[in-house]
Design a protein around this ligand. Structure first.
Ligand code: PGA
Length: 251
């Protein structure tokens, strides 16, 4: 089986002034990284260029939290993949549940954003996840397969090479409720199986699947111990340097 490099990613959401972002990234630059994890931070757009500048030469890579599907145009308030890349982003999150539920990003829209990110060589962190209602109705796997099927529609394994998937159960995001390690493993294994069937075993084995949803310094070790969990996408605790540093150095 392929050995996959772990990824610890922090989604800063709509937090941090420029000065706060700079302080946080400087602190993270000094953190240990005993697992040689890939470290990614996703600041808000106003801090993107500054964080990328400060992270240069370190192990920290920078992601946009979202990008628009067009390269430029009359789309007030939106940021294009060209602009995100120009600001120093190498990655972009797409399909975060807050984008889906608050801003109305549908599978169809996300599919266009995937195309845009690929066009500009941004590595995609593609988020999927079920609501509590869907979980209780036993729809978890079918919902996630649908999100993957429709969001990634039209692209080959070759084009999607390097894709990162984040499984984030909506009921676990920002709620303090984490999926149990077994629940995470079950869904991660199902995602990998889906990728193997749809693309190839090789693609499935190489794709990193992150867990997100109330990951903390106190639960990261047991989550990361699961065979199909290759990393974490962290919200709240990514804003606190010591906490995020501990998550990077999971046991
Ligand atoms: P949380 O957020 O860690 O605060 O639950 C995770 C996310 O939204 O990516």
């Amino acid at each position: 089986m392929t050995k996959r490099t772990p990824i610890i990613a922090g989604n800063w959401k709509m937090h941090n002034t420029l000065a706060e972002s700079a302080t946080l990234v400087e602190a993270l630059k000094k953190a240990d990284n005993k697992n040689n994890a890939e470290i990614i931070v996703a600041p808000s757009y106003t801090s993107l260029a500054e964080v990328a500048r400060l992270a240069k030469g370190s192990a920290i890579k920078v992601a946009a939290q979202d990008v628009h599907w067009e390269d430029k145009g009359a789309f007030t308030s939106a940021v294009s993949p060209v602009q995100a890349k120009d600001a120093g982003a190498t990655h972009t999150i797409l399909g975060h549940s807050e984008r889906r539920s608050v801003f109305g990003d549908t599978d169809e829209i996300l599919n266009k954003k995937v195309a845009a990110a690929l066009r500009h060589g941004l590595t995609i962190i593609f988020c999927v996840g079920e609501t509590l209602q869907q979980r209780e109705a036993n729809e978890t796997i079918s919902v996630i397969e649908g999100q993957l099927e429709n969001g990634l529609k039209g692209f080959t394994a070759e084009q999607l090479k390097g894709l990162i998937i984040a499984y984030e159960p909506v009921w676990a995001i920002g709620t303090g409720k984490t999926a149990t390690p077994d629940q995470a493993q079950e869904v991660h294994a199902a995602i990998r199986k889906f990728l193997a069937g749809k693309y190839s075993q090789e693609f499935a084995d190489a794709t990193r699947i992150l867990y997100g949803g109330s990951v903390k310094d106190t639960n990261v070790d047991e989550i990361m111990a699961q065979p199909d969990v290759d990393g974490a996408l962290v919200g709240g605790q990514a804003l606190i340097a010591e906490k995020f540093a501990r998550i990077i150095n999971f046991n």
